[in-house]
Design a protein around this ligand. Structure first.
Ligand code: GLV
Length: 333
């Protein structure tokens, strides 16, 4: 039997790509940057499977040109770039790579938090640019203590909970906001509060919600105004969860003390994004899960989801289980 055809929208780490190339008839977009949408539309016309990244918009237009497409295997935990409802309607399975990147992503939230609170990037630039001329000064680069402060975790799922564990090690008071109960967090001493209470009381607000209609601009002008003037906002979830224009105003006008951002409303963020002019902002290019081991494991999971599916098994990380009613595996294989 012919091998199923797969289009892979980027060179994913070798551990996963090797399996995909062995098991499938695979074509890989060879460039560092993403394929234009038109290329994806052309490439999917005769494929059985698509491997996507969070920067690829996979919607009805793509599905329209992919009559044989049965599964989209995404290299990411978030999948807001995929129209899952549309996929489900058409009987297309969608998978992601949860779990494996939890600790790596929480580490990076912590890195942003520490960096902005203790002004690591500003201080680095100061030394490199030859501005360090007066030796030690008692009020040079004063920042805020992390140890013993209050953290507010917005969205206490896997990654939010992993951030809470780090906060516990820093003897922090932990508040969290979520739309579902999180008994594990309460057991470790974290307190569930309303979002407004969290924003009023936290010294560090760390955002870990998926991007949904209900979380778009969750952190808006009104809510930023509730935060303490001395507080910091950390976001390594999805850019559109924070209203960037409002955040710029908040930082510029001193409603809050600083921000650590790994994600932006538009990615790559334009170099003239006014947020980039502010010293009290630490930025990164959406790299929170970027450790060697985690990215390799994510690629392997992408392959495992495909292999399971084409062996007629439920993929381990299916995000749209309802699809099994629309197109049961028994009808596919
Ligand atoms: C990264 O942002 C991911 O969703 O995995």
């Amino acid at each position: 039997m012919a091998k199923p055809k797969v289009y892979v929208t980027r060179e994913i780490p070798e551990r996963g790509l090797k399996i995909i190339k062995e098991r499938f008839d695979a074509e890989v977009w060879p460039e560092y940057g993403p394929p234009p949408k038109q290329v994806i539309i052309e490439k999917v016309t005769d494929v059985d499977a698509l491997v996507s990244l969070l920067s690829d918009k996979i919607d009805g237009e793509v599905f329209d040109s992919a009559p044989k497409l049965k599964i989209v295997s995404q290299l990411a935990v978030g999948y807001d770039n995929i129209d899952v409802e549309e996929a489900t309607k058409r009987g297309i399975y969608v998978t992601n790579t949860p779990g494996v990147l939890t600790e790596t992503t929480a580490d990076f939230a912590w890195a942003l938090l520490m960096a902005v609170a203790r002004r690591v990037v500003e201080a680095d630039k100061y030394v490199r640019s030859g501005k360090w001329k007066v030796g030690w000064h008692p009020s040079m680069f004063l920042g805020r203590d992390v140890y013993g402060a209050t953290i507010g975790i917005v969205g206490a799922g896997r990654i939010g909970s992993a951030v809470a564990k780090r906060a516990k090690g820093f003897n922090m008071r932990i508040l969290f906001y979520d739309v579902v109960p999180r008994p594990e967090l309460e057991k470790m001493g974290a307190k569930k509060v309303e979002l407004e209470t969290l924003l009023r009381e936290a010294d560090f607000v760390s955002v870990h919600v998926p991007l949904l209609k209900s979380t778009y601009h969750l952190i808006n002008e009104e809510r930023l105004k509730l935060m303490k003037k001395t507080a910091y906002l950390i976001n390594n979830s999805r850019g559109p969860v924070v209203d960037e224009k409002a955040l710029y105003k908040a930082l510029k006008e001193g409603w809050i003390a600083g921000a650590g951002l790994d994600v932006f409303e538009q990615e790559p963020t334009p170099v003239d994004n006014p947020l980039l002019t502010l010293d009290n902002v630490v930025v990164a290019p959406h790299i929170s899960s970027a450790s060697y081991e985690t990215r390799s494991r994510m690629a392997e999971m992408v392959a495992e989801n495909l292999v399971a599916f084409f062996e007629g098994r439920k993929p381990p990380n299916l995000v749209n289980p309802d699809v099994m009613k629309v197109r049961p595996l028994s009808k596919l294989f």
